[in-house]
Design a protein around this ligand. Structure first.
Ligand SMILES: Cc1ncc(COP(=O)(O)O)c(C=O)c1O
Length: 354
């Protein structure tokens, strides 16, 4: 049975997008393909309002999170975390043999400049940071964090934009990250399988001096081909067709209108969640793409099964808060009417569970 997804990702992919992906296959070493990659990158520049170099990989976003560590760090990095995905990036550093200093902020709270001031050693080559923490539903104040990091010796600054890109204005020209990583299956409303990274000249220069960068996720290997609008290896061609289509859709809607739509859907979900349960993330720093609903003791399994039986799917809690939260995704191509439909069905189910 097909269900409407209000999940944290993969998210709902609309039939028109699926249709756009169903074009005949093309070979990736030729003009037809080059035109598609070139168009996609140009449109990404517009949507993200950046002139950073942009590379694509047939991977999930984690692939490029690993690239940042392997290409930007010889010895020592620092990972900022206030949730599972911040922890994950630190782990990626450790597993790649880097020394990892940590700034750990309480879950549910935002990362603020006072967490950073005086905490970044002179030997730190790069800092990793998650803009929107998908485990807790916290949207961190990215510009504030970026400024605080720059004030501490200006290490490379890597940003996980996996659940923020396409839904909030990250103000990249102000933030000036050295990498921004995201994937197809979140607010871009595509199926999973395509990782995207924006990179700075500083990161590319640093990579020249870092040893053992590997091959598949080596930004310098990828760049050699990207400079000619080509992929390093066989690309996810159908996903590129889909991304091209989605970017057109975003530009047609207008990027600000898209951000506004996400804010509107967020308000609707917050209103519902506050009435029925509570919100896990601190006020003023709540995500615009997903909400972690704080339930206390609650039979999420029964709630989830009943919702699924009615054709709706949401996400369970994640990491150490999985037993007292669940998460609702409200991103991508969903519109306020979809949120209305969901809250109505969730109300029905809660009534039935009494
Ligand atoms: C904030 C964040 N970072 C990283 C990831 C990992 O992304 P992927 O599964 O595409 O590798 C996720 C996935 O949910 C995420 O939400």
């Amino acid at each position: 049975m097909s269900r409407r997804l209000f999940t944290v990702g993969p998210v709902e992919v609309f039939p028109d997008t699926l249709q756009a992906m169903a074009k005949p296959m093309i070979i990736h070493r030729g003009k037809d393909y080059q035109q598609v990659q070139k168009a996609v990158v140009e449109k990404l520049h517009k949507v993200l309002d950046t002139d950073m170099e942009i590379y694509l990989s047939p991977a999930s976003a984690t692939g490029f999170l690993e690239s940042c560590v392997r290409c930007g760090v010889s010895k020592k990095m620092l990972g900022i975390t206030n949730g599972s995905f911040g922890d994950r990036w630190q782990q990626i550093g450790t597993l790649n043999g880097k020394l990892v200093d940590k700034i750990e902020v309480e879950w549910g709270k935002a990362v603020r400049k006072e967490h950073i001031q005086g905490k970044i050693g002179k030997d730190i080559e790069a800092v990793t940071f998650v803009s929107n923490e998908s485990s807790t539903g916290v949207l961190n104040p990215c510009l504030e964090v970026a400024e605080a990091v720059k004030a501490e010796g200006d290490p490379l600054f890597f940003v996980d934009g996996v659940t923020s890109v396409g839904a909030v204005d990250l103000q990249l020209k102000k933030m000036q990250p050295d990498a921004l990583v995201f994937g197809s299956q979140k607010a871009l409303a595509l199926p999973p399988g395509l990782a995207i990274i924006c990179v700075s000249p500083r990161l590319l220069k640093k990579a020249e001096k870092v040893e053992n960068r590997g091959y598949y996720f080596d930004l310098l290997e990828i760049k050699k081909f990207a400079d000619k609008d080509l992929p390093l290896t066989t690309p996810a061609v159908s996903l590129l067709f889909g991304l091209d289509y989605q970017l057109d859709k975003m530009l047609k809607e207008g990027v600000s209108a898209r951000y506004q739509r996400h804010a509107e859907m967020t308000d609707m979900i917050h209103k519902w969640a506050k009435k029925k349960f509570g919100l896990y993330a601190e006020q003023g720093f709540r995500s615009k793409t997903l909400t972690a609903v704080e339930t206390g003791k609650f039979d999420f399994g029964a709630f989830d099964s009943a919702l699924k039986a009615k054709g709706f799917e949401i996400s369970n809690g994640y990491g150490k808060i999985k037993d007292n939260t669940f998460r609702i995704g409200h991103m991508g191509d969903l519109v306020p009417k979809d949120i209305n439909d969901l809250t109505k069905v969730m109300d029905e189910v809660l009534e039935e569970m009494k």
